[in-house]
Design a protein around this ligand. Structure first.
Ligand SMILES: Nc1nc2c(c(=O)[nH]1)N[C@H]1C(S)=C(S)[C@@H](COP(=O)(O)OP(=O)(O)OC[C@H]3O[C@@H](n4cnc5c(=O)[nH]c(N)nc54)[C@H](O)[C@@H]3O)O[C@H]1N2
Ligand SMILES: Nc1nc2c(c(=O)[nH]1)N[C@H]1C(S)=C(S)[C@@H](COP(=O)(O)OP(=O)(O)OC[C@H]3O[C@@H](n4cnc5c(=O)[nH]c(N)nc54)[C@H](O)[C@@H]3O)O[C@H]1N2
Ligand code: SF4
Ligand SMILES: [Mo]
Length: 723
């Protein structure tokens, strides 16, 4: 651990611990100021990579969660409808016994693990290992299934791996930037909006593809305000126009890709005017976008969850990739087709084996060579490793059918974040044994039999892989308040499952050393990274195969990671939503982020400064739509979908399409409305498209603002759960 010192107001020396914000994948660097009483504040880490000391309001207050009065400090076990405190040993015994009993009676696959992309790489690795070797279940998946799997599946198929291909600082060399379904002002508020300003100042153009005009969009940008769900049609139209006007990169296509002929033939049938009507975007704007994109090699694409959280999520991303590849927008300065990873460790979270189809270091659980390598390095036989299991929503659905009976949930809060919460509540209730590991009592924890107090970012060391694919370190600032950390909890469970020999780690660094060895030669290679190299540098980008290797910030300069070394085109067509808008439900509800809150809110909703900015869900409605629906200012609105009804506050937003509504997702009111429709390839839920109707809420309806205070599910303290 590297320590520097600073002086606090009363002149007592404070230790400065370098770390990274625990919320979004920008992983802004910061210093925690540690004194005799623990964390006393935070200060700038000016030299931190990419973000250079800047923080959004969430990062400024993130440390307040560490010593928060709501922290779970002692394990809890269910006694009837209450929880009582107990010892670690008793809670761990009860947690493990429940799973062992279920495995004996119903088979190992009747237990499942759901985890999260906010865990450090070390914990992700141990979660996957515990599921496969300890519980011996195939059914382990993580909340990145809700987030990065459409982008991941599309990029892996096209390029061989799924990581941001061009570092974000390269935006300084881009002439055109295409932002597709990403709300940079709310979701990536540091560094990115500023980098886009730089592009504009140099005379470059920003093209935005989004049904909503967010704050980062400027008047001179070209905004294609498309019909929700129509990204594939729109990108096919751009590709057809680029081909028609001879703006493709012929040499690049010939030397470095395959499958273009098929695409090019398919695109000949494509009519831009018809596509423009279909997407509800002016045809001239599409032509202008195609001309801008195709006339420079320096075009960079940034795609967020807008096109991805759809039933055609993977195809939407492939349509973006087809266009970028045809124009040669990869493999060099100022260009790249970049996915914007979301959670703190959304990148590492999908590399280290907590996905149902994956072994560590991006290896496939169905590939016999990959199985053999991991089995050998784990000291087991390949036959011991389970095969592909169910994905997140499928696990919950299997619980509802009582095919899965035991659930270990670490770092995920399904009872706010999964689609169709009415069903999720029933599915969670149908489980016989639920163990939750979380620093705070979550809405999901209401269903737990055992709650084990989890670790906050300041209480552990480890590594995180940032949005760019840069592996960075976090250092422990204070000891874990509950007395043990997540890694120790996982080890304690492993001991009780009889596999202690596979979990003999005293420190996170020892876990990382094993991970490096397991990753050597794999698709995601960390072998050349050490904790001290990570600290001495600005972090290292994978692949980094040897100690002397400088890491790989820019991917695909000469070769793609596919077997043939080429990038692959794939023709795609728009997938219609299973429940399109109709006379009955004429509006599209789309959902997403609020700047001040993070995901299910279980951390940020406990921080007063964040709640002052955003304390309840507020539906955004175009003013014409509000008038047509006779909504009344300052009164509530009732939203009805095919699966649920929610009553919330609303406000007019002229920057939305009139047929589209936007609701921030951080409160349960949102996912009560969203049905569990999944992309058939990657099983991401279609969070961005729900057909709904709105009407003024009947007078006297209990509004969301009251609910947030009263619903015991929304925010818990140690006090409320024991009474
Ligand atoms: N403040 C804050 N920041 C966060 C998070 C947070 O919870 N709070 N979460 C982090 C995580 S995990 C993630 S994944 C990222 C998400 O980051 P983003 O993807 O940037 O955020 P979202 O708000 O989900 O929505 C993305 C955009 O998609 C648009 N959209 C909706 N439907 C469509 C469509 O059909 N096509 C297109 N092209 N666009 C559409 C919406 O209007 C919205 O502007 O944010 C990260 N950052
Ligand atoms: N309608 C709609 N729904 C969505 C989305 C949307 O745009 N619209 N976005 C989706 C996306 S992109 C995502 S990423 C998912 C997120 O879905 P969730 O899995 O619900 O994500 P979090 O709210 O971060 O839940 C993490 C939980 O783990 C705890 N935690 C945090 N760090 C740690 C740790 O280190 N150890 C332990 N033990 N616990 C920890 C937190 O307190 C919290 O309770 O939600 C998705 N749901
Ligand atoms: S939430 Fe994201 S942008 Fe805000 S400080 Fe944390 S890492 Fe940076
Ligand atoms: Mo996410």
């Amino acid at each position: 651990m590297e320590h520097t010192q600073s002086v606090s107001e009363n002149a007592a020396p404070l230790e400065l611990i370098k770390t990274h914000c625990p919320y979004c994948a920008l992983n802004c660097g910061l210093h925690l100021e540690v004194g005799a009483d623990g964390i006393e504040g935070r200060s700038k880490w000016k030299e931190s990579p990419l973000t250079e000391g800047a923080l959004c309001s969430k990062g400024m207050t993130a440390h307040e969660q560490v010593h928060h009065e709501d922290r779970l400090l002692r394990p809890l076990v269910r006694e009837g409808s209450d929880f009582t405190e107990t010892t670690w040993d008793e809670a761990l015994d009860r947690a493990a016994d429940g799973f062992l009993r279920i495995a004996r009676t119903n088979g190992a696959a009747a237990n499942a693990v759901l985890s999260g992309g906010s865990l450090t790489n070390e914990k992700v690795y141990l979660v996957g290992k515990l599921a496969r070797l300890g519980l011996r279940t195939p059914n382990v998946d993580y909340n990145g299934r809700f987030c990065m799997t459409a982008a991941g599946a599309a990029h892996s198929a096209a390029f061989g791996v799924d990581r941001m291909m061009t570092p974000l600082a390269e935006l300084e060399n881009a002439e055109v930037v295409v932002v597709i379904g990403a709300n940079l002002s709310a979701a990536f508020p540091v560094a990115l909006p500023k980098l886009l300003d730089g592009v504009r100042k140099r005379g470059g153009r920003v093209i935005v593809v989004d049904p909503r005009r967010s704050r980062f969009v400027k008047p001179d940008d070209l905004h294609l305000q498309l019909r929700p769900g129509s990204d594939t049609t729109l990108f096919n139209a751009l590709l057809a126009d680029v081909i028609h006007n001879g703006l493709i990169a012929g040499e690049f296509i010939r030397d470095r890709t395959n499958g273009f002929d098929l695409i090019s033939r398919a695109m000949r049938m494509f009519d831009l005017e018809a596509a423009a009507l279909d997407c509800d975007v002016p045809a001239d704007d599409l032509r202008e976008a195609a001309r801008l994109i195709g006339s420079t090699r320096q075009t960079m694409y940034l795609h967020g969850r807008g096109p991805e959280q759809q039933v055609g999520g993977v195809d939407n991303v492939r349509a973006i990739i087809n266009l970028g590849l045809a124009c040669g927008h990869v493999g060099g300065p100022g260009r790249g087709i970049n996915m914007l990873t979301g959670q703190r460790n959304g990148q590492g979270g999908r590399e280290w084996g907590q996905r149902c189809n994956q072994l560590p270091a991006g290896r496939s659980i169905e590939n016999d060579e990959h199985r053999a390598v991991v089995a050998e390095r784990w000291g087991v036989t390949a036959a011991d490793l389970p095969r592909t299991g169910l994905t997140y929503v499928e696990i919950l659905e299997a619980a509802g059918r009582r095919e899965i009976n035991g659930l270990l949930a670490i770092c995920t809060n399904m009872s706010v974040s999964a689609p169709d919460l009415n069903q999720v509540d029933a599915q969670m209730r149908a489980l016989d044994h639920v163990v939750v590991i979380d620093p705070f009592f979550s809405r999901s924890a209401r269903h737990a039999d055992v709650i084990l107090p989890g670790t906050t970012f300041a209480e552990e060391s480890g590594t995180i892989t940032t949005i760019e694919g840069r592996v960075v370190r976090i250092d422990q600032a204070v000891p874990p308040a509950p007395g043990r950390d997540d890694i120790e909890i996982l080890r304690n469970l492993a001991e009780r499952f009889g596999v202690a020999q596979h979990f003999e780690f005293e420190t996170p660094e020892q876990v990382f050393t094993e991970m490096r060895a397991v990753s050597a030669g794999g698709p995601v290679d960390y072998a050349g990274m050490t904790y001290s190299r990570l600290r001495q540098s600005d972090g290292l980008f994978w692949p980094c195969p040897t100690i002397g290797h400088a890491g790989t910030p820019q991917l695909f300069t000469k070769r793609f990671a596919t077997e043939d070394g080429r990038a692959h085109f794939a023709p795609v067509l728009e997938t219609p939503p299973p429940e399109p808008i109709s006379d009955h439900r004429p509006l599209v509800l789309t959902t997403g982020r609020e700047l001040a809150q993070y995901l299910s809110g279980n951390q940020t909703m406990r921080i007063p400064a964040q709640n002052r900015i955003a304390s309840r869900p507020v539906l955004e409605v175009h003013p014409d739509t509000a008038t047509a629906a006779r909504l009344v200012e300052d009164e509530l609105v009732r939203i009805t979908s095919s699966v649920g009804t929610s009553t919330v506050a609303w406000r007019a937003n002229p920057d939305l399409r009139p047929d589209t509504l936007f609701l921030p997702y951080h409160w349960p009111e949102c996912n009560r409305l969203v049905a569990a429709h999944l992309d058939p390839i990657c099983k991401i839920p279609a969070f961005k498209y729900t057909a709904v109707a709105i009407q003024p809420a009947p007078a006297g309806t209990l509004g969301a603002n009251e609910l947030a205070g009263q619903d015991p599910a929304s925010v818990h303290t140690n006090e409320t759960i024991r009474t």
